[in-house]
Design a protein around this ligand. Structure first.
Ligand code: ATP
Ligand code: MG
Length: 402
């Protein structure tokens, strides 16, 4: 007998009180999507855990897919057995024989939520431990640092035996917490910021500012490719492409050189906020990290942020570049981000941007020109496209989460 199911632990969802069912339902959808190539696997979502019944599907392949799903704390391939002591011992031995290597040490770790079961946890540990020792030669118990921990869990309906606890991605289930607009450049940081926000259950739509002919089609393609990678999480990713050329030209005409960067960011934020309202989203997400570049000093953020009271989520704000790059590698956006094509800001970058812009000054410079009209025009000219993950490009798109 090898594994017949995978037991999935929810982690943080367990603290969700009345909303728990909604979270569990979202997680069930994520799992269903991830396992779309395993039609025999059946998902049974219960209040305190989820079971994936394998029905002959390969547990290792499914393990690999479960690792990336937000909302899963950990999971264990397991076998279900009737609560008959002899049957349980046989099943434990059989499983142990299949997974253990010579010279490995082991221990039994019993857990009992059914308190009416005939043995308590200590008794289960010694009963099962000695059964295995008796039947396999040269085996040693090590309770401190065992190579294999055989878990025996006694619940009301049955007993479950497993030998491995695999760490999940953590976080909250995709699209369980409302929507935010991610300001997505072609750089390393903003895709990571998007991913980390998705991890907390937010549905994320991208907003990209595009300034043709100053930025090339290849720069845009980079953002499309990043979006494709982000789409892996939920099955699709909506990207808003904002025509930004006219505004950038107006900024360069109207605003003193050392303040163009500050105004550019303020205009981007105003447009993103207008798109946010249109989409019914409640937050804006950026890839800003404190002190990284001129636009990310505290003074700059203060002057830029003034254009809106919408919550701005900055998941990377206290991270170092190396930590951010590390995540970018893990989520496979890094190599796309480092392609050399310019984005709209590098083209217009002033020779010496103010690192400590003054709010009153930037407000004053902007007051001589009607930016609002150009903002409206950019919002109206924005194209919204739905992007599918690369892994689904050639096949049936499956069930997207929304
Ligand atoms: P990134 O690596 O994400 O490009 P960065 O380190 O280059 O960030 P900035 O250029 O100061 O930093 O940009 C700060 C944030 O502003 C970005 O993380 C992104 O959220 C947003 N942003 C910058 N340029 C654009 C753009 N062309 N379209 C959309 N958002 C942008
Ligand atoms: Mg950038």
């Amino acid at each position: 007998m090898m594994y017949d199911r995978i037991l999935v632990r929810y982690g943080e969802i367990s603290t969700k009180g009345r909303n728990r069912n909604k979270f569990i339902d979202r997680l069930r959808k994520s799992v269903k999507r991830a396992l779309r190539d395993h039609p025999n696997a059946a998902i049974k979502a219960e209040r305190d855990r989820m079971f994936i019944l394998l029905n002959g599907e390969d547990s290792e392949e499914i393990n690999r897919k479960l690792k990336d799903i937000f909302g899963i704390q950990s999971f264990s391939p397991a076998v279900k057995v009737d609560k008959d002591l002899e049957k349980m011992k046989d099943a434990a031995l059989e499983l142990f024989k299949k997974i253990h290597q010579p010279e490995q040490t082991f221990k039994i770790s019993a857990k009992r939520s059914d308190k009416t079961f005939e043995l308590d946890t200590n008794e289960i540990n010694s009963e099962f431990g000695s059964h295995i020792l008796k039947n396999i030669d040269g085996l040693k118990v090590d309770v401190r640092n065992p190579d294999v921990t055989l878990q025996i869990e006694i619940r009301k309906e049955a007993a479950y035996i497993s030998a491995e606890t695999i760490k999940g991605a953590g976080g909250l289930p995709a699209a369980s917490g409302g929507k935010g607009m991610l300001m997505l450049s072609g750089g390393i940081d903003s895709p990571v910021a998007g991913y980390l926000t998705m991890k907390r259950g937010l549905e994320v739509e991208g907003v990209h500012f595009f300034s043709p002919p100053f930025t090339s089609e290849r720069a845009k393609q980079k953002v499309l490719d990043l979006s494709e990678q982000l789409a892996e999480v939920t099955g699709q990713f909506a990207l808003h492409i904002v025509p930004f050329t006219e505004i950038q030209q107006a900024i360069h005409k109207q605003i003193p050189d050392n303040y163009t960067m500050t105004t550019t960011r303020r205009m981007m934020l105003r447009i993103t906020d207008a798109l946010r309202e249109k989409e019914g989203a409640l937050a804006i997400i950026t890839g800003e990290s404190l002190g990284q570049v001129a636009s990310q000093t505290l003074e700059s953020m203060f002057a830029i942020n003034e254009v809106t009271t919408t919550p701005i989520i900055r998941p990377l704000i206290t991270m170092d570049k190396l930590e951010i790059m590390d995540i970018a590698h893990k989520i496979k956006t890094h190599d796309i981000s480092i392609r050399p094509y310019e984005d709209c800001c590098t083209v217009f970058v002033p020779s010496s941007p103010k690192t400590k812009p003054k709010l009153e000054k930037v407000q004053n410079f902007e007051s001589y020109f009607d930016f609002e009209e150009l903002i409206q025009k950019a919002v109206e000219g924005t194209e919204r496209i739905i992007i599918k993950p690369a892994s689904e490009r050639e096949e049936d798109p499956g069930d997207a989460l929304f």
